[in-house]
Design a protein around this ligand. Sequence first.
Ligand code: HEC
Ligand SMILES: [Cu+2]
Length: 404
Amino acid sequence: MTKHAATTTQNKVERTGDAMKSMWQRAGVMGAAWAASQSALAEYAYNLQVPASQVARDVFHLHNLIMLVCVGIFVVVFGAMFYSLFKHRKSVGHKAAHFHENTTVEVIWTVIPFVILVGMAYPAAKIVIEMKDTSNPDMTVKVTGYQWKWGYDYLNEGIHFYSTLATPREQIDGTAAKGEHYLLEVDEPMVVPVGKRVRLLITANDVIHSWWLPAFGVKQDGIPGFIRDSWFTADKIGTYRGQCAELCGKDHGFMPTVVQVVSEEDYKAWVAKKKGSAQAAAADNGKTFETAELVARGEKVYQGNCAACHQANGMGLPGAFPAINGSKVATGPIADHIKVVLNGRPGTAMASFAGQLSNADIAAVVTYQRHAWDNKMGDAVQPADIAAARGGATAAVAPAAAAL
Ligand code: HEC
Ligand SMILES: [Cu+2]
């Protein structure tokens, strides 16, 4: 070997040594950072959300525990495998052992996984039982999934409202910059008092949806015709956001779940306000509106309830949702138009809006559809007409509501 070749080899060895050293240093730094703090870990963008309820905290710690067990198994299994591959390879002359039915080995490889599995199942089962224990709630809210919004019924307070996406259309279409809570914001969030045990009764109106709020550790399918329950107690005042977690059609990604946790007093004030606006809405059913008022109100109702399918420009989506602009129904007899909105078209995506919208809102949206775009019908319907179309029973209720 020449002198020159020897130094080159020497250099190479040193460089490899350096590389090894810095690799271990880096691993050490990463390990220290990992161990540094569980809460720092929780805020890491790619981790689970910061828990805001006891169940969510338990789920988070369970996740960490199971992850550690998995990493341990990974290291042991792959360590043994690579050690065997390297040490017992054919090129160093190793001869494979040929044996069958070694009882000791078989007992060991059955007992060890069994112990590990039971060790994992025990804490997991404990938390699932905790999640499913909906006894002794302070309040109960029924949550209903619709294509594509959430309905909330406060069973103790008699409050009912829908919660629809509030992200402006321009942000979705990409003609405006996306906001901070893009697709995670609604017009009316669910409001609950802090520290109270809230029981949720979750169901759906059309297809399966799933009410998911990661920070509370709640994720429950809403299934048409069934009621499932879940619960949470929020630790801290704030706004918490989740999404529908069961693929439910075209706007599945556009029906977020938003919960606003407030103080006891703020909750009471909110309940009073909601009850007031329910009375105002009932009073509206007894009013007679100017056509312009109906059109303006109807546009809002249309944006919130119809535009997802029929589109803001009234053109629908060919093959799926018919255009309202120029539609025979929206330019035909008004009674048929009302009937479609009240009854829906059974067997199609056109649902009945009889339960979702008040008489005033239905009158407004029908009037709007007949005025908007090229329809320009010029006619109008009043809430009383809708009450009449609903049939005697509801019509009789309308004057009573007007008295409120
Ligand atoms: C989930 C999607 C969806 C939503 C939301 C929706 N519709 Fe429809 N709508 C449809 C479909 C689908 C049809 C066609 C049904 C059929 O095949 O007969 C339809 C038909 C109609 C028609 C009859 C059109 C025609 O020319 O036959 C009217 C009127 C109408 N919808 C009004 C409304 C109003 C008002 C709203 C909001 C309050 C609304 N729709 C919300 C899906 C929807
Ligand atoms: Cu959904």
